[in-house]
Design a protein around this ligand. Structure first.
Ligand SMILES: Cc1cc2nc3c(=O)[nH]c(=O)nc-3n(C[C@H](O)[C@H](O)[C@H](O)COP(=O)(O)OP(=O)(O)OC[C@H]3O[C@@H](n4cnc5c(N)ncnc54)[C@H](O)[C@@H]3O)c2cc1C
Length: 477
């Protein structure tokens, strides 16, 4: 007889793989379908967002949730976390106030202390007293005189390296260094893929597109859904839709309508050998979508940098944000964006947009002028449920029995969403109650750093990026 799977997961992005890995950890079988050659191959992520400090406009509640969720994910995938701090500043031309930034950071320190009180293993962002440090103009003048540190060991040393490169006369003071870490998607993808391949509890089907879903819940069968691919029909009891910005495709198949936004964005890869010494991530706040939108410079190994510029000439795109309509469950991008998603970028556009990004950062980091194109952009589309484009904390919904739809906006929400889905599957008695649930995943822990290094490098190359992007700036022991 044809096998019936307890759980069928469609979409092997960060959300789908975390659900499959958590189920496997508790001995529950699933089948996971991913259209691409490897898992975690959708839109990129490079910031952990442990505190939401890259978003001056979001609520304190969202910042706290992001901090908690980021810590949980960092504990699951420590080998993908780049422990370098983030420089946060406000240009004099911008409306944001440094006092507000400072108040929010103080609030986050208290929240972080609370998380450590709950579980000492949550202390992954260093000591709460050093979660952030503020620097006055006088501090900056002094630090700029110090030598460049090859391996900075304190927030002062990181700031010393950074401030020599930054035109700080353009910035309000104080400026801040915060323990907001980087996050390496190639390393997370490698660890997840290795763990999923090794466990017998997940049937991982890469290169497999789900064409449609058939609801057979009213047909008195031993299962609830038929998942149809080009070759075969798979029978499952519980359906998880983790298709990212394509969740609407599955809903269309099930005639379920819901409001959603989808957004296309890109970050650019530059090479700049003339910046000497390790630097933190550099953030220059500005109003998103205006010509002065936030500028972000993310350091990688071997003189590679990634740039975000929240203007429509760089990271954002005209018509890049699309809303669902009453008769269009899965929103569609225009032809130019759809082409990029399905066939990649034209060489000329890579050059134009990367050079725009370099010029944007050069306003604050003059030496970055000598940077050149370092590779294709990291790009993709993400979903935002509902109709508020400023929302940064994702959720999950349960539109009907035996069906969960993951709607994460930040990769850090993946474990929280997985926990909610697993709880629901137990409530519906599709799987037995899990006793002794821990915060660890032993399948992931069994994967060695050496294995991750190797596969992460291969994934970067396979996807057309320099191998250096698969390495951490701060090498882990
Ligand atoms: C430029 C950019 C920068 C970003 N930076 C960050 C960041 O720094 N930090 C952060 O936390 N988040 C960031 N994000 C958001 C983050 O990328 C997403 O939140 C996250 O990747 C969503 O994960 P997901 O698993 O829900 O969806 P996805 O990663 O989109 O995964 C969905 C998967 O489903 C597969 N799929 C779809 N349809 C089918 C089908 N019919 N059959 C089989 N498979 C299917 C797709 O191939 C895809 O692999 C960024 C997004 C963008 C666009």
């Amino acid at each position: 007889m044809e096998k019936i799977y307890n759980i069928g997961i469609v979409g092997g992005g960060v959300s789908g793989v975390v659900i499959a890995l958590e189920l496997a950890e508790y001995g529950i079988e699933s089948i996971l379908f991913e259209n691409q050659k490897s898992v975690v191959n959708g839109p990129p992520f490079c910031h952990l967002h442990a505190g939401g400090n890259l978003y001056p406009d979001i609520s304190d509640v969202q910042c706290k949730v992001l901090m908690k969720q980021s810590i949980d994910m960092a504990r699951l995938f420590p080998n993908s976390i780049d422990e370098r701090p983030t420089f946060i500043s406000i240009p004099k031309s911008e409306k944001y106030e440094v006092d507000k930034i400072k108040n929010r950071l103080d609030m986050l320190v208290e929240h972080y202390k609370g998380l450590i009180d709950e579980d000492p293993a949550n202390e992954i962002l260093g000591s709460p007293n050093e979660y952030y440090k503020s620097f006055t103009k006088e501090n900056l003048i002094e630090l700029a005189k110090q030598p460049t540190f090859k391996q900075p060991n304190s927030l002062n040393e990181w700031m010393s390296n950074a401030i020599k490169l930054i035109d700080y006369e353009k910035l309000k003071t104080p400026v801040f260094l915060v323990q907001e870490y980087g996050w390496n998607l190639f390393r997370l993808g490698a660890q997840a893929q290795l763990a999923l391949t090794k466990t017998k509890k997940c049937n991982l089907k890469i290169n497999t597109k789900v064409k449609s879903i058939k609801d057979v819940r009213n047909q008195n069968l031993d299962y609830n859904w038929e998942i149809c691919t080009a070759e075969k029909v798979y029978k499952v009891n519980y359906l998880v839709n983790s298709c990212g910005f394509k969740t609407g495709d599955m809903d269309e198949s099930l005639h379920l309508n819901t409001e959603r936004l989808i957004e296309f964005k890109a970050a650019y890869i530059a090479k700049c050998p003339s910046l000497s010494g390790l630097i933190p991530e550099l953030v220059f706040h500005g109003e998103r979508g205006t010509p002065n939108g936030i500028a972000q410079l993310t350091p990688y190994c071997e003189d590679y940098y990634q740039i975000h510029g929240m203007t429509t000439d760089i990271t954002l795109f005209k018509d890049g944000l699309v809303q669902s309509k009453v008769n269009e469950i899965q929103p569609e991008f225009n032809e130019a964006i759809s082409q990029k998603l399905s066939h990649g970028w034209h060489k000329d556009e890579i050059k134009i947009r990367t050079e725009n990004a370099i010029a944007f950062v050069t306003k604050f980091v003059p030496k970055f002028e000598s940077a050149t194109v370092g590779g294709p952009p990291l790009f993709g589309a993400q979903q935002i449920h509902g109709d508020d484009p400023k929302l940064r904390v994702g959720e999950v919904s349960f539109p009907s029995t035996s069906y969960a739809r993951s709607e994460i906006i930040k990769a850090s929400s993946a474990l929280a969403v997985s926990n909610k889905i697993i709880k629901k599957i137990q409530e519906e008695e599709i799987i037995p109650l899990i006793h002794n649930k821990t915060n660890r995943n032993f399948l992931l822990e069994r994967i060695s750093k050496k294995e991750i290094d190797k596969l992460a490098g291969e994934l970067a190359i396979q996807r057309g990026y320099p191998k250096a992007l698969s390495k951490l700036v701060i090498e882990r022991e």
